[in-house]
Design a protein around this ligand. Structure first.
Ligand code: GLN
Length: 494
């Protein structure tokens, strides 16, 4: 099992701005975490919990709560040992609870950062407690290329390894990031100066896809080296399925362009799970998916021109009213021109708003998130949320069960009428408008909470118009793509 440590002071990623940090990833248990946890889930094919993301804020909060309760019996509470003990206890606790064979801990940041020090000290101590033969430190460094001759420079690596060793941590492996593979001489030089065997110096050159990286490392003998050092016996598992996946990803038979209409389009990390879901779906369908990034404000200013020629359209989730009219226009453009369409969360809500305005002629229909006084709040807080006066509605988070109509396209895509998907929203389709919307051809084929909440819509008579309140991209895996993304890619390719 794996941990991500983020040395920032935020307790979790729930309030973090996607402009700065990229997407907020949501786990089954509803924890809002760093997007790296998404990479761990995708690469290891596991479902993590909030316990797997540790931040400085979370550790300090736990220690301060204990101090307030008097747990420290009046002692002076200090970074060492109290903060470091708390870090170790969290790492050990989860590892033991889950009966993990191996606990993988990523300490984010850069060696030398003040914020990272307590964490490095904690893992150093942990290493000493569990014995040198049971720990394996992997240090990632940058090997820049300088000058006209393209010389690979090892100085930054030497410096950061020195810094790390001064804190008592001797790396077992140095992973050297750079544009190209390390020259054999450079590998030897790093090994010599940093006191690691040559087999412990691993090149991490730019890869054509991140899914290549495990094989790139394996090819340099890293797996064997880890097994030998930690005295592990290999399991009978091979990389066959992973290799097949890569083979399909790299050899598509067709190509499609899908327009992603968003408002954080200049920071691609804001949509990383969609990007990955399209890699998974694309490999499965043997289609290369080219994403066209369309700013919703651009549609507001210049109309739907930027969508022309795209084979499919995705309107993803979002918060706040900036750019929503552009997104609504995109849903209408897809509906009216029979262009395969997928809406997610806000995209699902806005597809409903657009339909209510155009087809039900409710000109001022809107979400009460954006227009609190609209006469037609087709998207609204559910009644129990509305009654939480002054408190602000709470976010509905995490995985919930959804029932699908057996005759729906979505049930066919999932191959099931009961699904489990992750959520992060406050607003919902207002049930009062469902009869009218459905009579006019917008079917709500997925529901949850005994039918009270709308989860999936399909537009009758359209080749592919599927939108969901949940985020199918969050549970998409290389070998099990999100069925709705896969449906979009297939429809766009046909
Ligand atoms: N802003 C909307 C809500 O709160 C949609 C959220 C989202 O797209 N993640 O319901």
């Amino acid at each position: 099992m794996s941990f991500k440590i983020d040395p920032y002071l935020n307790v979790d990623a729930g309030t973090m701005n996607p402009y700065q940090h990229g997407e907020v990833f949501v786990l089954d248990d509803g924890s809002e975490v760093d997007l790296d946890l998404g990479n761990y889930e995708r690469f290891l094919d596991v479902n993590l919990t909030g316990d797997h993301n540790i931040t400085t804020g979370k550790v300090y909060r736990a220690v301060i709560e204990k101090e307030r309760r008097g747990d420290y019996l009046g002692k002076t509470v200090q970074i060492i040992p109290h903060i470091t003990d708390e870090i170790k206890a969290q790492l050990r606790g989860v590892g033991e609870k889950e009966g993990a064979d191996i606990v993988l801990v990523e300490v984010g940041g850069t060696v030398g950062d003040i914020e990272g020090m307590p964490f490095l000290e904690a893992v150093r101590q942990l290493g000493q407690e569990i014995g040198k033969e049971n720990v394996f430190f992997v240090h990632t460094t940058l090997v820049p290329i300088m000058g006209a001759v393209g010389e690979q420079k090892t100085k930054p690596t030497q410096q950061s390894v020195r810094e790390l060793r001064s804190m008592g941590i001797q790396p077992s492996v140095i992973v050297a990031r750079g544009e190209h593979s390390l020259e054999p001489d450079i590998k030897k030089k790093i090994a010599f100066f940093c006191d690691v065997p040559v087999e412990g110096v691993i090149s991490a050159p730019d890869a054509s896809t991140i899914y290549d990286v495990p094989l790139l490392f394996d090819g340099q003998g890293l797996t064997e080296y880890i097994m030998k050092t930690l005295q592990l016996k290999p399991k009978a598992e091979d990389m066959r399925e992973w290799k097949e996946y890569l083979e399909k990803l790299k050899n598509p038979e067709k190509e499609v362009t899908i327009a992603l209409v968003g408002k954080y389009t200049h920071l691609k990390d804001s949509y990383i799970s969609h990007i990955e879901a399209f890699h998974h779906a694309g490999a499965h369908a043997r289609v290369r998916v080219n994403l066209r990034w369309v700013e919703s404000l651009d549609i507001e200013k210049h109309g739907t021109k930027a969508l022309e020629g795209s084979d499919g359209i995705l309107v993803p989730g979002g918060f706040g009213d900036r750019g929503i009219e552009g997104k609504i226009a995109a849903t209408r453009y897809a509906a009216e021109n029979d262009i395969p369409f997928q809406g997610v969360c806000l995209g699902f809500q806005l597809a409903t708003v657009g339909f209510a305005r155009e087809v039900l002629h409710l000109k001022d229909a809107n979400s009460s998130e954006f227009s609190p006084k609209t006469p037609h709040p087709v998207i609204d807080l559910l009644p129990e949320q509305r009654s939480v006066k002054g408190m602000g509605a709470t976010m509905r988070l995490g995985a919930h069960e959804i029932d699908l109509e057996p005759d729906s396209m979505t049930a066919k895509l999932y191959g099931s009428t009961k699904i489990f998907e992750r959520h992060r929203h406050r607003y919902e389709i207002n049930p009062a408008y469902i009869p009218k919307l459905e009579d006019a051809g917008l079917r709500y084929v997925g529901r949850s909470d005994a039918g009270r909440r709308m989860e999936v819509l399909e537009l009758k008579g359209h080749p592919y118009f599927v939108a969901s309140q949940f985020h199918p991209e969050l549970r998409s895996r290389p070998l099990r793509p999100s069925p709705i993304h896969l449906g979009l890619v297939r429809a766009a390719a046909s």
